[in-house]
Design a binder for this molecule. Structure first.
Ligand code: GLU
Length: 304
């Protein structure tokens, strides 16, 4: 298959797609990112790298970090993890408070904010230096040891984290948060403020396409059965309350973030990352979703 040709086709098609998305503005620093940034990077297990556009430029990974946090927590803890957070799609916006009240402070899944805050709380309890551990993990799975946090984005989000504070307070009232609220918010926002490029994200996600093994050395970082579970949660919960639509149109497990990034995997085949900052009303990169829909259509490679 001529992947570079397929990517060139996607790039040219995307230039004529009419789009109405808006760059996230509730974190003021993210609003400053030019809306015409656009990059895509495809990492195929059997044939290597293909890309176009701003694929090497780093951007705020935001909620894509939730996959890495879940991976760290699952490698440190067994099934009791899932007594603190469920694995059901939420059908509600990522930062909604409503379900939590009805469901006794147990978040629907690890990829909505409430669930990721519980995962952060767990990592803080288990690790001596959770921030260092988290960054080291990303360095290991990408091989890029200079990946770090954008402090402007970090400070900007910290000043506006009223809703995440509300989620934490509500969950703490149900006994589902062990550490103090300030510490958990700080670690959670730290993860979201990390910057990575499409190329680095596709390398990082290769372990989910490759049954938990890093490439090129095949080091087993997580068991294949745990990777199967993470991919299942990405499939059902990776796109806010648009996970059904993403499955329907693209047909891959993946995760998006409000920085405009989307990463998706085809187990046994490839990992792909795309970045375009304007978001659709559900909070997913509008052009990113179009581009991935075209990728699985033109290659015939989706999991369905
Ligand atoms: N840091 C963002 C928040 O908590 C992440 C949102 C996202 O990318 O979904 O609001």
């Amino acid at each position: 298959m001529n992947y570079q040709q397929i990517l060139a086709t996607i790039k040219s098609e995307m230039s004529s797609v009419k789009h109405t998305g808006k760059v996230a503005s509730y974190i003021p620093e993210l609003e400053k990112i030019p809306e015409n940034k656009f990059g895509m990077h495809l990492y195929c297990m059997h044939s290597g790298h293909y890309s176009f556009g701003d694929n090497n430029e780093r951007f705020s990974i935001q909620s894509i970090s939730k996959v890495f946090a879940l991976t760290r927590a699952m490698s440190l803890m067994g099934d009791e993890l899932f007594t603190r957070v469920d694995v059901e799609p939420s059908g509600d916006p990522f930062n909604s408070l409503v379900q939590l009240e009805h469901e006794n402070g147990i978040p629907r899944n690890p990829f909505i904010n409430a669930g990721a805050l519980v995962i952060s709380d767990i990592l803080i309890s288990l690790l001596e230096d959770p921030k260092k551990d988290f960054l080291n993990f990303i360095h290991k799975i990408t091989g890029s040891t200079d990946i770090t946090v954008n402090t402007k984005v970090f400070n900007s989000e910290k000043k506006h984290s009223y809703r995440n504070a509300a989620l934490l307070n509500l969950m703490k009232s149900f006994g589902n948060i062990e550490n103090d609220i300030e510490t958990v918010i700080d670690f959670y926002i730290y993860q979201c403020s990390i910057e990575m490029s499409c190329k680095e994200l596709s390398s990082a996600f290769m372990m989910y396409a490759n049954s938990g093994k890093l490439l090129p050395n095949n080091e087993q970082l997580l068991s294949s059965s745990k990777v199967k579970r993470i991919n299942a949660i990405m499939q059902t919960c990776g796109f806010y309350d648009e996970a059904g639509e993403f499955s329907f149109r693209v047909g891959l497990p993946g995760k998006s973030g409000v920085g405009g990034g989307i990463v998706a995997v085809h187990p046994g085949q490839y990992a792909v990352a795309v970045w375009s900052p304007p978001l659709n009303p559900k909070g997913n990169s509008e052009l990113g979703m179009h581009a991935l829909e075209r990728l699985t259509t033109l290659t015939g490679l989706s999991i369905f």
